[in-house]
Ligand binder design. Structure first.
Ligand code: MRU
Length: 358
């Protein structure tokens, strides 16, 4: 793939593999941002599994990349036969797949690692480990290029002077490159377009307040942090010209799973006749699902709702519903921006055409 390089003003090393096959994975612990820039060393898969589960590494593409490296971690040690390493490979993939259920990039990356191994049935264990490390590095590098392409395509949808509403975090922290929805914003900004980004705080885990505001600040992109419930008022007063979010899983018909609260924004955008865009790489499409209703939606610990940054905010024992994602129906999505181009209108035919070249 070759795309126009987009300048990246600071290297966010959210994920880095250190060394060769016996190396380790260095992750920026996103759960500690913006207060502390702490890196964790994953030297075995349990640390990585916990890092994915606890959102230390998060965002669909980043989860996929981390899981691919996780396969390399799982295959460390010595193996006396191909059969032995095959068994470990299956166990590792099964274990990592249990970390979180919704972002399809996790399953996509693990499947790609499994397929790579099956392409070399004669490879000895040492050779297989090397091939799989190269595959994980390729997944990481390709994600960076996909982000650049998404940014280049999406920039045409951003008018000069736009107020842009975004949700959760879809930037350099969440991907192997500059981001998806935030990648579009960074690209527009770096091309000299005047933009102002309204950042949903993104309850309950505050990815918007903690991570997106942190990233935008470092890029120097003008932005304002808002409570999730402020979106409607901004739209009513003409301050939002487009909404753009990322995705965790896009079904064949375009229904899109993304951070809880995304669906509400799409409904509000339709009510105010504002375009609602989704930006995501092809690795986030799950064409095995005919519609979004088949998406496994993660439900997380009630403690995330009744505490904010460790502080209790609700009566002891209150009943809580805490889905981490919701599904936005395709008919509310004005376009999906992926590395292959802009999908518009969003339906099964246009998706198959752009994603599968049909
Ligand atoms: O629970 P999270 O923080 O992993 O949820 C992340 C999102 O919902 C993002 O919008 C999505 O993964 C796209 S990241 C480019």
């Amino acid at each position: 793939m070759s795309f126009e390089p987009t300048p990246e003003p600071w290297p966010v090393e959210n994920i880095r593999w250190v060394g060769g096959c016996d190396g380790w994975l260095r992750l920026l612990d996103q759960s500690q941002l913006p207060g502390r820039e702490v890196y964790i060393e994953c030297r075995e898969i349990h640390t990585l599994w916990e890092a994915i589960r606890a959102l230390r590494v998060r965002g669909a593409p980043a989860i996929g990349i981390a899981a691919a490296y996780g396969v390399c971690l799982g295959l460390q040690g010595s193996f006396s036969s191909r059969q032995e390493i095959e068994t470990r490979l299956s166990e590792t993939i099964q274990y990592l797949a249990s970390a979180r259920p919704t972002a399809v990039n996790l399953f996509w990356a693990l499947e790609r690692m499994r397929r790579r191994a099956s392409c070399f049935p004669e490879a000895a264990p040492e050779e297989l480990r090397q091939l799989l490390l190269e595959e994980a590095l390729a997944i990481h590098a390709e994600d960076r290029l996909m982000c650049q392409a998404i940014g280049s395509h999406g920039v045409s949808l951003v008018p000069h002077g736009a107020g842009i509403l975004t949700h959760c975090n879809t930037g350099a922290l969440a991907t192997g490159g500059l981001g998806t929805a935030l990648g579009v914003i960074y690209t527009a900004f770096s091309q000299g377009k005047k933009v102002h980004v309204y950042v949903d705080e993104t309850r309950p885990l505050l990815q918007g307040a903690r991570l997106t505001a942190w990233e935008l600040g470092r890029w120097g992109v003008p932005h304002t942090l808002i409570c999730d419930s402020t979106a409607a008022v901004l739209m009513k007063h003409g301050r939002i010209q487009l909404v753009i979010t990322g995705a965790d899983r896009i079904a064949a018909n375009g229904d899109t799973a993304n951070k809880i609260g995304t669906y509400s924004l799409a409904v509000l955008a339709r009510a105010h006749q504002i375009p609602f865009y989704v930006a995501a790489p092809s690795t986030t499409f799950d064409l095995s699902l005919s519609s979004g209703s088949e998406t496994p939606v993660e439900e997380r610990d009630p403690a995330e709702v009744v505490h904010i940054m460790g502080q209790g905010i609700a009566p002891e024992g209150v009943r809580v519903f805490n889905p981490a994602f919701d599904i936005t129906p395709a008919e509310l999505i004005s376009a999906i921006i992926c590395e292959a181009g802009i999908i518009q209108p969003v339906n099964s035919e246009t998706i198959a055409h752009v994603i599968q070249g049909e």
